[in-house]
Design a protein around this ligand. Structure first.
Ligand SMILES: O=C(O)CCC(=O)C(=O)O
Ligand SMILES: [Fe+2]
Length: 319
């Protein structure tokens, strides 16, 4: 298999009770380098069984192959509930540059979740997967805490509420001869993102102006640092620009888990990366809710030019 140029990190030292100090140090060095450069890496030996990941992809495929009217039964009706995220089944509107459909859930037990009644396997596999992703999310957060040299548990104590995380199954339609955009280039508006994809591939990350494919590797999970880590670290760590390109003649299936922040939180560059080292802040302080609402409005009513979509540069301070 062609190896991707995104670094792969072995997480087994973090599950080793005896404490493999050397292995942990090595992983922390690789992750730090990846976050300074691409903002992307893959993890292996992360504790989520490959079987479970494959099963999740299979069940999502079964669901996405249902006729539209069947899938729409798992979409909340407009005006129902107070959820501001597009929960359940959604397909990108025709005018969107993104060509995909997805199925989004909050943590198991959330009253917002809507699962297809005739496919209980999808619910059970997603509810099995979800807490495992939360576990990897908090492990990765503590690793990134160390990579940034923050006081022990700083990020954990700041990001202390898990009900704003979400997980989604994605289906990208086969490309046509004239058009192959799956998700247009963007940065993620959360803390840390985790993705696993089937063998079709199509996820690409931009580095030095070039698009680098994230080559699928069975059982591995792609990790990327997202906007809130970029802001808190005053752009020391990179929320990388990425996109999904569709393949001709082939559907692609993937899952994403978005480790997030409570929408009531305020985010700003930390003193460790500004005042304490004599650097001006590169971002204004902002509330997560405001940023998320602007991004969602963009998704529902995309601007005429995709480059006019709101991203984290909205809060950038010219230095
Ligand atoms: O499906 C993928 O590989 C990535 C999806 C993605 O970038 C996103 O939802 O933000
Ligand atoms: Fe993304």
């Amino acid at each position: 298999m062609v190896s991707s140029s995104i670094p792969t990190v072995d997480l087994s030292p973090f599950f080793n009770e005896g404490g493999d100090e050397h292995g942990r140090k090595e992983a922390i060095e690789t992750i730090t380098k990846a976050c300074l450069e691409h903002g992307f890496f893959q993890i292996v030996n992360h504790g989520i069984p490959t079987d479970l990941m494959n099963k999740a992809l299979q069940h999502s495929k079964t669901f996405f192959q249902y006729p539209p009217e069947e899938k729409l039964k798992s979409s909340p009706r407009p005006g129902e509930g107070a959820c501001q995220l597009p929960i359940g089944y959604n397909i990108q509107p025709d005018h969107s540059v993104d060509k995909n459909e997805y199925f989004l859930v909050f943590q198991p037990g959330s009253s917002y979740n809507v699962y297809p009644e005739n496919l209980p396997e999808l619910r059970s596999v997603m509810e099995d997967l979800y807490p495992r992703f939360v576990g990897i999310g908090s492990l990765m957060e503590s690793i990134i805490n160390d990579c940034l040299g923050l006081p022990p548990n700083f990020l954990k104590e700041y990001n202390d509420e898990r009900s704003w995380d979400f997980m989604a199954a994605f289906h990208y339609f086969p490309a046509t001869e004239s058009e192959n955009n799956g998700i247009t280039e963007h940065e993620d508006g959360n803390c840390i993102t985790f993705v696993f994809q089937d063998e079709v591939g199509g996820l690409e990350v931009r580095k030095d102006g070039e698009w680098i494919p994230v080559v699928p590797e069975e059982g591995s999970i792609v990790v990327n640092v997202a906007d809130f880590i970029q802001v808190m670290s005053n752009k020391k760590f990179n929320s990388a620009t990425h996109r999904v390109v569709r393949s001709e003649g082939k559907s692609r299936y993937s899952y994403g888990f978005f480790y997030n922040l409570n929408w009531d939180k305020w985010v700003e560059p930390l003193p460790q990366f500004t005042t304490e080292i004599g650097e001006p802040p590169k971002y204004k302080r902002f509330q997560v809710r405001e940023y998320q609402m602007m991004r969602m409005k963009n998704k529902q009513h995309p601007p005429a030019r995709p480059e006019d979509e709101i991203g984290i540069t909205y809060y950038a301070i010219d230095t």
